[in-house]
Design a protein. Structure first.
Length: 70
């Protein structure tokens, strides 16, 4: 009887440790995904800013060319 109880307790301890491991892995996966989303958002902001700057430069150059043509 004592051996069965100890075996059951060992099984429960093992299951608890495995559960903790799964939960920690899940939290790490969520953290990694949130980090990737934040990085992608920052990259998108930088790309939008670069596109706007390029458009302004293009508009200035086009105005200069049109002004020189007159």
């Amino acid at each position: 009887m004592l051996h069965r109880q100890r075996a059951a307790e060992a099984t429960q301890t093992q299951a608890a440790a495995q559960y903790r491991s799964v939960v920690l892995t899940a939290f790490q996966n969520v953290a990694d995904t949130l980090h990737a989303v934040a990085y992608d958002a920052d990259t998108l902001k930088a790309d939008v800013a670069a596109e706007r700057a390029a458009k302004r430069s293009f508009d200035i150059a086009r105005s200069q060319v049109e002004g020189a043509s007159i």
